[in-house]
Design a binder for this molecule. Structure first.
Ligand code: FES
Length: 425
């Protein structure tokens, strides 16, 4: 090995990297994205935000990965409890001193709606009219903070857009959003809310995790073997350019053959589309995918009800039900279930078979192929799709085992995939 290579371990992954490389850059080679704010690979190191703290064996205290060079035999842990606690503390400090509500004084007409809301409704009088005459502006009492649980309402109350939510800043106007009346599920109060903007939000998260669309980000897809072949295919398309891992888990039961009928049994694998998932590049190494998810920039979960996963990145959940493990997801997309959509499965013998919609999907739930195709379109990668048949046709022109099949020809009996296809036993 050349002298100018340094051997080290990051989160258990052994690496050889050039001498002088920063730990934060070496970590990328181990598939680990160390959280950071002030660091940028094209700028001189400042080391001021402390978001990149990591544990380095034998070092007396945590070190910032953006200003620490690799050393021979170094053992770095980015996910140790000490490192994570420290980064959480830094984040809390940054957020405490970071307004969520912005004030643009030159728009303000001093109607004092916000002041009166905080005084009379929230009963936490933290806002006031500071100064007088043409210098007057909406101020915050010196010892107070606008952090009441209802404080976000002042943004909606402001008639001139002087108080702004950071969620909207430079992104959208309220009137540009599709809205649907709904009820908040956060507690038993039953507050009326509106549902907006989720597909664009997912597209933005994908762009962010993938390096602004340039690719190269790490992503993990945990998918259900009950998802349609079309959904599994379109989910895979979303990760083009990512360093991605896709996996599924199968619930196992007892195999129960029907005596006297060859090749007919209640199969041990209680999953209708495990073969389809494997043909599309998803593996059964679910445990490895869970480990990869911990440090991935993006975790996408497709209808996995037994979800128990930790991730440092953005979690997007699309499913027919909302498991507890997905309640903190950045975005949740409701999906139609098997009775509410068209699609195909590939069985254990490699036969692609169609299933048909039996009833409409409730509420905002949509077929997974539709949701994923819309996401592809939002990313500018592909056109939207109008039916499961169109999704299957796209699959059949791109993925070898399906090549030449047509959705219409599958009819009710299905078709065996091409004999050369690597169909699992
Ligand atoms: S990224 Fe800011 S201190 Fe390292």
């Amino acid at each position: 090995m050349p002298d100018d290579l340094i051997n080290l371990t990051i989160d258990g992954v052994p690496l050889s990297v050039p001498k002088g490389m920063l730990v934060i850059e070496a970590a990328k080679q181990a598939g680990v994205l160390v959280p950071h704010y002030c660091y940028h690979p094209g700028l001189p190191v400042a080391g001021v935000c402390r978001m990149c703290l990591v544990e380095i064996e034998k070092a007396p205290k945590l070190q910032i990965a953006c200003a620490t060079q690799v050393a021979e035999g170094m053992v770095v842990r980015t996910q140790s409890p000490q490192a994570k606690d420290a980064r959480m503390g830094v984040l809390e400090l940054l957020l405490i001193n970071h307004p969520d509500v912005l004030y643009v004084p030159n728009r303000c007409i001093l109607c004092t709606r916000c002041v009166r809301f905080m005084e009379d409704i929230a009963q936490e009088p933290v806002l006031n009219v500071s100064e007088r005459g043409d210098r007057a502006y909406i101020g915050v009492h010196p010892e107070a903070r606008l952090d009441h649980p209802w404080a976000g309402n002042v943004v909606d109350l402001c008639p001139v857009g002087s108080l702004l939510s950071k969620d909207f800043l430079h992104k959208a106007r309220a009137w540009e959003l599709d809205k649907t009346a709904s009820v908040c599920t956060g507690c038993s109060q039953g507050c009326n809310v509106t549902l907006d903007e989720a597909l664009e939000r997912v597209a933005a998260l994908l762009r962010g995790a993938g390096g602004g669309g340039g690719g190269g980000g790490t992503a993990v897809a945990l998918v259900s073997p009950r998802a349609s072949t079309e959904a599994l295919f379109l989910a895979r398309e979303l990760f083009a350019g990512f360093d991605w891992t896709g996996a599924f888990q199968v619930v196992m039961g007892e195999e129960a053959p029907l005596a006297g009928v060859p090749n007919l049994a209640l199969r041990a694998e209680r999953a209708p589309n495990g073969a389809g998932a494997e043909l599309l590049g998803y593996t059964r190494d679910y445990a490895a995918a869970l480990r990869a998810a911990e440090s991935a920039a993006l975790l996408f979960v497709l209808d996995e009800p037994e979800l128990s996963v930790r991730t440092a990145g953005a979690l997007i959940y699309a499913g027919t039900v909302l498991p507890d493990g997905a309640r903190d997801a950045h975005v949740v997309l409701p999906l139609a279930n098997v009775a509410e959509e068209d699609g195909t499965y590939v069985n254990r013998d490699g036969r692609a078979q169609r299933y048909f919609q039996a009833k409409p999907a409730p509420g905002m739930a949509r077929p997974a192929w539709w949701v994923l195709a819309e996401l592809g379109a939002a990313l500018g990668r592909s056109r939207p799709l109008g039916s499961a048949a169109e999704a299957f046709e796209r699959l059949a022109t791109t993925v070898e085992p399906f090549r030449g099949l047509s959705y219409a020809e599958l009819a009710l009996t299905g078709r065996r995939l091409s004999p050369g296809a690597a169909v699992p036993a």
